[in-house]
Design a protein around this ligand. Structure first.
Ligand code: NAD
Length: 514
């Protein structure tokens, strides 16, 4: 795992007993940080220190921005076809190293190997999308807007862009960010999560192997300080953030002050609404997978279910399925639920469950004291189900971000829709029903960006955009898809007389081009 998990480590360093130090990537060089402060990257299943991550100094941060700025003129002039071809190679290399990437993710983040492969795969789809950049970057042209005057718009890159990542998808989120930006012609500063930087480092190595020139993608590490530097730096033109509300709102306000384009994907509380006519077996399976998969550490996890009508038979079936899930280290065959990211995260999840119990919720299934033989020090929480939850409870108001499913009741579909719409978040939701009319009404009335109909986690593929709403998003241009592309490019308007025809004619028998 180590051999490729922390980019650019010297072989001798890998063989040392002490944990390796994660390097910075500046201008194509893997740099030993001169940081005074370092953070332990910890395996959440074992507490083993995997590596040490530097809090990059201001000098190192400035060097990364300088490298990105210097690389920009040549990179933006590189033909779009050449930039696309690098992405085409990158997707091939990601496929080649899928298992290595997944193994690293399981070690640093904790999710099962199957979930880790999914993490890489969902990011890979964005790389595939970036391979068609030339089509996406086509401009517009109108002839004769006035007599003899034509107007056209050209889509151009912005300059240096930056991305700030959360811990829960260490491959997918960096891949949401840099492939679209760089294929457009921008250069990039990536700040991976300080909790699991390994996958981002491996992806940067693969991007270099695919032919991405030095300085186009740079990586800095750290927490608040380096994030604030990203927000404040006048040479950075756009910032993408994915993470918690507190950090997201801070970054949105601070980076906007320096005139940057900012997009912030934040927290969530996704509701599944179950009508009495829902197909029983498939709905129970969908709810269990969406609530407890990846230990509930997904921004699109279905963490709350609202039953319209009687809930007893549903809760019993959910309990049976959930308690049969295998809670263990993610590398174990048949593992369903891995650990949560840290001891603090486990404590927070358990405290929120307890607060629900104290407020009158009923514990249908309690996973707080789960024991995993051989991994007693891991941050494991077993599947937990709380019933009779009401909107005033703290466990409902806050995002739990663990394997906990809250159950609520509603007397009608309208009441269920009200519950969902009154929640401050609007990332995703799903309805389970066999009624087309009910599904249509739900989809129309629900104030949430991504809606599933009998689909538990409706995450759009990258030709659409990831469209969280309300408290789950700040900004106006969403990630990937057409909106994502607009975020990382200017539209330059040209207006004037054109003396050359843009029509290329190839006569029969002639060869067109070299
Ligand atoms: P986090 O906010 O703690 O960290 C995210 C990034 O922000 C990290 O790189 C971190 O170093 C930095 N950061 C944290 N606090 C900061 C602060 N006060 N000032 C400046 N920078 C700060 O989030 P996390 O715990 O890594 O990720 C989990 C959260 O991410 C959950 O809330 C989850 O819902 C959300 N998330 C949302 C989406 C989405 O698309 N909506 C996707 C994945 C995760």
């Amino acid at each position: 795992v180590f051999s490729r998990s922390v980019g650019g480590l010297a072989v001798a360093e890998r063989e040392q007993a002490s944990p390796p130090k994660v390097k910075l990537l500046i201008g194509g060089e893997y740099v030993d940080s001169q940081a005074v402060e370092w953070i332990d990257v910890i395996n959440p299943a074992t507490q083993e220190v995997i590596s040490k991550l530097p809090l990059a100094t201001s000098h190192e941060f400035e060097a990364a921005v300088k490298a990105a700025k210097e690389a920009f003129p040549k990179w933006r002039s590189t033909p779009v076809t050449a930039r696309q071809r690098i992405m085409l190679k990158l997707q091939e290399l990601i496929r080649r190293d899928m298992d290595k990437l997944a193994a690293n993710i399981t070690t640093e983040q904790g999710k099962t190997l199957a979930d880790a492969r999914g993490d890489v795969f969902r990011g890979l789809e964005v790389v595939e999308q970036a391979c068609g950049m030339a089509n996406a970057q086509m401009g517009e042209f109108v002839e004769n807007v006035s007599s003899g005057i034509d107007t056209y718009s050209i889509r151009q890159p912005l300059g240096v862009c930056a991305g700030i990542c959360p811990f829960n998808f260490p491959a997918m989120i960096p891949l949401w960010m840099f492939p679209m930006a760089v294929t457009c012609g921008n250069t990039f500063i990536l700040k991976p999560s300080e909790k699991d930087p390994g996958a981002a480092m491996m992806l940067a190595e693969l991007a270099a192997e695919a032919g991405l020139p030095a300085g186009v993608l740079n990586i800095v590490h750290g927490t608040h300080d380096v994030v604030n530097r990203i927000c404040d730096d006048p040479d950075i033109k756009a910032v993408s953030f994915v993470g918690s509300d507190a950090a997201g709102m801070h970054i949105y306000a601070r980076a906007s002050q320096t005139g940057k384009r900012v997009q912030c994907n934040m927290g969530a509380k996704n509701h599944g609404v179950v009508l009495p006519d829902a197909a029983f077996e498939s709905t129970v399976n969908a709810l269990v997978g969406a609530a407890f998969g990846a230990a509930g550490q997904r921004c699109m996890a279905l963490s709350t279910v609202v039953f319209v009508g009687d809930s007893h038979r549903w809760e019993e079936a959910l309990k049976q399925k959930a308690e049969a899930l295998k809670v263990t280290v993610g590398t174990e065959p048949g593992a369903d639920v891995g650990p949560v990211i840290s001891k603090q995260a486990k404590e927070r999840v358990c405290n929120l469950v307890e607060s629900g119990v104290q407020a009158g919720a009923r514990l249908v299934l309690d996973g707080r004291n789960v024991r995993v033989p051989g991994y007693e020090h891991g941050n494991f929480v077993g599947p937990t189900i709380l019933s009779d939850v009401t909107p005033d409870m703290e466990c409902y108001k806050q995002e739990i971000f663990g394997p906990v499913l809250l159950c609520m009741k509603a007397g009608s579909l309208d009441e269920a829709i009200q519950i969902v719409n009154n929640n401050k978040y609007g990332n995703g939701t799903a309805i389970f029903t066999q009624s087309g009319a009910a599904a249509r009404l739900f989809q129309h009335e629900i104030d949430v960006g991504q809606v599933g109909i009998n689909v538990p986690i409706p995450v759009p593929l990258p030709f659409f955009s990831f469209t969280g709403w309300r408290g789950s998003f700040a900004g106006d241009l969403n990630f990937y898809g057409k909106a994502g592309l607009k975020k990382v490019e200017l539209v330059a308007i040209g207006c004037g007389l054109l003396y050359t025809s843009m029509t290329s004619v190839c006569l029969p028998g002639q060869k067109f081009g070299p």
